[in-house]
Write a protein that binds this ligand. Structure first.
Ligand code: GLC
Length: 578
């Protein structure tokens, strides 16, 4: 008898130890299902209007009246890529925006806090002064899951400093055609890399516990096949973005579904279906994808958020489109301005039985479970932001992390050790090209504005500043946007590349350098100096037009605010110049 009881005791002890050290369900979908009972109890107290409201996300700049958050019981608000606060783009103004929206939601009868979402796709990139990390294409080349997780962590910390707790990231598209304007949002054409790094990003964003005050909800996107569309199938028969992915199911699963498995297993709490179609069927209308595979096969227990006004693309009759998408499995609709209309139409659909009460309840339970897991429905939940944390935005620790990510992500397309040695010893350097002193161009799209823009749009280190810092007083650095070669230098660093763009605005029919960039490299080479070219781009570009005029070519992708990672990669220091 004694032996048996001690054996049972040791088993119980072992169970308690593992339970104790096991993270509280984080890193799995159980972190949502564990709140099933509480969600159903809350659901039972909700009216149909309150349920429908939870399924709607309006945009801050789209609200006809801020009190519509209360009137329509809105479950969420987003700030789109260019939705700056009326008070201007500062961390304080963003924090005020967050608190104002939350305050409205807590004036509703059941005080269900809303979710505030934003496209933090390479740092807290809408906010002036935030650390801007390299876009995913660069991180895909670094291919370092720990680095990506650290970046997710730093992004979450800077987001929560403003209160904002939902990132529409990571994008796990496997970009198959680099003419696509969203290639730079993809980690790779290889779904295995997308899966591994997407899971790491999701882990970093959501942290050890979604309820922690420095964690944010991740949103894996765009489900699925966004990176596999065929040229000419997009809007109006041109381009790739939001087009049609035409392939058999095996190919679709291999290239476009596999990368979701890992992020779901890691506990990602939301997924955004794609604007694009699979063999002619809109992903946002595809029940096989949104319910049978995602829920039935991949075990996803979080909720689905539509892309920005994506539902209306399903059918010219908005009411019909809503019915198709919600019945296919869409749980929340991103309706920046048409939220009142959506509310009324979905209510009609339920009252006439086209959308069942059961389907509504299922969507709302999924949303509530995530809100429970995030601690939003804790009795002591307080939306007020600790503003002493604002100092973490753009902090040196995060900028150093971004600098390391830049260094790890650069690719040498053409090498010449002698020229690089000369660059390290040069007494005089010519830095040519307007892109060398343009923080906006080195950050690319989704930075401060949806499309991004050139110029001094935020704080950081340009390539020119990085070179000056790296070589120090030991060398003379000339800067000439036009590549003026009268000033004789030992070596030239020529910075060329794409101007910022996002989404369909970046679709191209060919991937050649601009005539201006080709001319710049040729002009500088004509000066007789060795030429090192730094390329800023959201994808691989055709280097044939300059390869004979450049001795070294480095692909820097879209490095973000910390260009010192480039001079680190080139090993530029003051040493060796005396
Ligand atoms: C955009 C993008 C999506 C983004 C959403 C909200 O159109 O497709 O990636 O998260 O709208 O800005």
């Amino acid at each position: 008898m004694k032996k048996v009881s001690s054996f049972i005791l040791s088993l119980v002890t072992l169970a308690l130890i593992t339970a104790g050290c096991q993270k509280p369900y984080s890193g799995s979908q159980k972190q949502f299902t564990r709140y099933d009972r509480q969600a159903r109890e809350l659901l039972a107290r909700m009216t149909l209007d309150e349920k429908i409201g939870q399924m709607i996300q309006a945009e801050t700049t789209g609200l006809k009246d801020p009190s519509d958050i209360e009137t329509y019981y809105l479950g969420s608000i987003l700030a789109g890529g260019s939705a700056d606060p009326k008070a201007g783009n500062s961390p304080e103004a963003w924090t005020d925006e967050f608190e104002t929206a939350m305050a409205h939601s807590l004036k509703t009868r059941l005080r269900i806090p809303l979710l505030f979402g934003i496209d933090a796709v390479h740092g807290h990139n809408n906010i002036t002064g935030a650390t801007i990390f390299p876009h995913n294409i660069a991180l895909g080349y670094a291919n370092d899951p720990e680095l990506v997780e650290e970046i997710g962590r730093a992004t979450a910390v800077e987001m929560r400093a403003t209160g904002i707790h939902w990132a529409f990231a990571p994008c796990v598209a496997a970009a198959q055609d680099q003419r696509w304007g969203r290639t730079y949002e993809s980690f790779s054409a290889d779904p295995k890399i997308c899966g591994r790094l997407g899971a790491a990003a999701s882990r970093g964003l959501q942290g050890d516990s979604l309820a922690a005050d420095d964690s944010v909800l991740a949103c894996v996107k765009h489900y699925a096949g966004d990176g596999g569309t065929a040229m000419g199938t997009a809007r109006g028969g041109h381009g790739l973005d939001q087009g049609d992915t035409r392939c058999d199911e095996d190919t679709f699963r291999r290239l476009h579904l596999a990368q979701y498995r890992q992020a779901i297993k890691e506990g990602a709490g939301s997924i955004m279906p794609s604007y694009s179609s699979w063999n002619g069927v809109k992903c946002s209308a595809n029940k096989y994808l949104l319910t049978d595979i995602l829920r039935g096969e991949l075990g996803f227990e979080g909720f689905l958020i539509s892309d920005y006004e994506a539902i209306k693309q399903i059918d010219p009759d908005f009411k019909k489109a809503i019915a198709i998408s919600v019945n296919a499995g869409m749980d929340m609709a991103m309706e920046p301005t048409r939220y009142r209309e959506f509310f009324a139409l979905l209510k009609e659909l339920v009252q006439e039985g086209t959308v069942t009460q059961q389907r509504i309840d299922e969507a709302v339970i999924r949303i509530l479970r995530v809100k429970f897991a995030m601690g939003l429905l804790d009795p002591d939940y307080d939306y007020k932001v600790d503003r002493s944390q604002l100092a973490v935005i753009g902090c040196q620790e995060h900028r150093d992390l971004a600098r390391r990510a830049v260094r790890q992500s650069l690719v040498t397309l053409k090498d010449d050790d002698k020229v690089l040695d000369l660059l390290r010893k040069a007494q005089s350097l010519l830095v040519a090209g307007s892109a060398a002193d343009d923080i906006g161009q080195q950050c690319g799209g989704w930075t401060i504005d949806w499309q991004g823009k050139t110029g001094a749009i935020t704080t950081g280190t340009t390539i020119l500043s990085a070179v000056k810092q790296a070589v120090g007083p030991a060398a003379t650095v000339w800067f000439s946007p036009e590549g003026d070669i009268t000033a004789k230098a030992d070596v030239a660093l020529v910075v060329i590349g794409e101007k910022p763009y996002a989404e369909f605005e970046g679709d191209r029919n060919e991937l050649k350098l601009s005539p201006e960039d080709i001319a710049l490299v040729k002009t500088v080479k004509a000066g007789g100096m060795p030429v090192v070219v730094i390329l800023l781009s959201g994808r691989s570009l055709d280097m044939d037009d300059i390869s004979d005029y450049a001795d070294v070519i480095i692909a820097a992708w879209l490095p973000g605010t910390e260009a010192a990672g480039i001079t680190d990669f080139l090993a530029l220091t003051p040493d060796g110049r005396n």
